[in-house]
Design a protein around this ligand. Sequence first.
Ligand SMILES: *Cc1c(COP(=O)(O)O)cnc(C)c1O
Length: 228
Amino acid sequence: MNTIADNLAFVRERIAKAAERVGRDPSSVTLAAVSKMHPVEAIREAYAAGQRCFAENYAQHLRDKSTSLRDLVDIEWHFIGHLQRNKVKYVIAAGATIQTVDSEESVTDLNRAADAASRTIDCMVQINIGDESQKSGVAADAAEPVLQAVEAAAGLRLTGLMIIPPWDLEPEETRKYFIALRELRERLGGRTRLPKLSMGMSGDFEQAVEEGADIVRVGTAIFGERGL
Ligand SMILES: *Cc1c(COP(=O)(O)O)cnc(C)c1O
């Protein structure tokens, strides 16, 4: 069986090859290791293999794991789950980048919690690109006011856009969503305003890198199937 270190090396190599295919510098792509539903021991193993950026999708899990891994001082957390009002404080306490901001109300909640914790929190706005069935994310044509709300919030810093395409597509079918997000960024102010695009998971991160992903979120290809 492959170890987490083996899997990480293979994922990093695939990212590098995808970047090179389109003339990108591989080091411009951040790999966020999605450790959701995996124990802290698995995170320590990945950390020992050089991985620093980890993503969780339940606020309590993020709180618990970041607390028990406090000794790993340069670890970086991202929150990729649906934001629930009463749990925002856990995400803020972990100092995580929040990738799933999707309404002006959530901006208000986050800013209040960031202020209370005297923190500045990196935020990405989650976009629901033309997919009626997907519940979370703000529609592309309604994104501007949410971006402005983040920019106006003293405790928050706007760092980019994120998408979760429909789950059941083939990798090549998700490519059009990656392209759409890249084009949306151009319409909304480009890289200067929105430095990072978070897109691509285990099944399609190579396509995402080819289309300009700055952050890919990879779980299964690193940690194996989720148990817990
Ligand atoms: C679980 C999850 C991932 C990782 O999915 P894998 O297919 O295991 O790589 C990425 N992004 C989000 C938002 C997730 O919830």
